[in-house]
Design a protein around this ligand. Structure first.
Ligand code: NCD
Length: 298
């Protein structure tokens, strides 16, 4: 069993992961965590702070040991192929967490490795553990997901976090409003696939209006995925969530962001009670611990 795309999950499995994560959250509070044995390898071929460190921290908290593959200092530099690298690391670990700039890389790794593979992001494609921790955070802070008005704002075309999240929100019956700069909208086929599968309709708007929003989920412009960097710089200016926007929204609005945030959320917003993105990042621990446990225990 691997965790490659949110699309591969059914609601029962997602709920099982939430249940496990809640258990683990309680164990963490009591500082008495049920231990596992084994080794996790982390293979990050793209920059990462939260995903890599929270996978490593989760593994350690579960009693696993961690070996870390560093692409820049590996035999990749001598010309070794991706699949040879994966087959080799497979012999050194019991579970792998990986991130790669190419879409489909995690799926390919899962095909060649015997150890379960957790996808920590493959290009602009999918980021399933991020969506699990996003949904877990919404449920924890709002008590439910169904029926909530969730506004997705930013570069919906390139953000893998959003690509996974629309499935999760559809699965749990949220009402989704998408607000993206022109040209950076979620691709039609993704909209249609999610709508058809979960029998719901997502709304599109071209400007930010938070009046009816329960959750505002923002992501940065994914500059590294633009062919034209000038274009990225231009759209970056358009979508800044000012404190004023937030003051006009509901009192119990929550603001989420997978992080890193660059210019889209000014620092003054961090001090507002609505800002929940660092708490969201912390939820990466129980959720990733739950995912690792589920894969290792089959
Ligand atoms: C995201 C990613 O790498 O896709 N970060 C994360 O995993 N928390 C979001 C981003 O880079 O914008």
């Amino acid at each position: 069993m691997d965790l490659i795309s949110f699309r591969d999950l059914d609601k029962g499995t997602v709920e099982k992961i939430f249940g496990l994560a809640e258990d683990i959250d309680r164990q963490l509070e009591r500082k008495k965590v049920d231990k596992l044995e084994g080794i996790m390898a982390t293979l990050f071929f793209e920059p990462s702070t939260r995903t890599k460190l929270s996978f490593q921290s989760s593994a350690e908290r579960l009693g696993l040991q961690v070996v870390d593959f560093l692409a820049d200092r590996s035999s990749l530099k001598k010309g070794e192929s991706f699949t040879d690298t994966i087959k080799t690391v497979d012999g050194y670990c019991d579970v792998m967490a990986m991130r790669h700039p190419a879409e489909g890389a995690a799926r390919l790794a899962a095909e060649v490795a015997e150890a379960p593979v957790l996808n920590g992001g493959d290009g602009a494609n999918q980021h399933p553990t991020q969506t699990l921790l996003d949904l877990y955070t919404i449920r924890k802070l709002k008590g439910k997901i169904a029926g909530l008005n969730i506004h997705l704002v930013g570069d919906l075309k390139h953000a893998r976090t959003m690509h996974s999240l629309v499935y999760g929100l559809g699965m749990f019956g949220a009402k989704v409003t998408m607000v993206a700069p022109k040209g950076l909208e979620l691709e039609e086929h993704m909209v249609h696939e999610a709508e058809k599968r979960f029998n719901f309709k997502m709304e599109s708007r071209d400007s930010i209006d938070l009046k009816d929003a329960d959750v505002l989920y923002v992501c940065r412009v994914q500059e590294e995925r633009f062919i034209d960097k000038y274009e990225a710089a231009k759209v970056k200016k358009e979508f800044t969530i000012s404190a004023d926007y937030i003051r006009k929204g509901k009192k119990d609005l929550i603001i989420m962001h997978p992080l890193p945030k660059i210019d889209e959320i000014p620092p003054e917003v961090d001090a507002m009670p609505q800002a929940k993105y660092f708490e969201q990042a912390r939820n990466g621990i129980p959720v990733r611990m739950a995912c690792i446990k589920m894969l290792l225990e089959g």
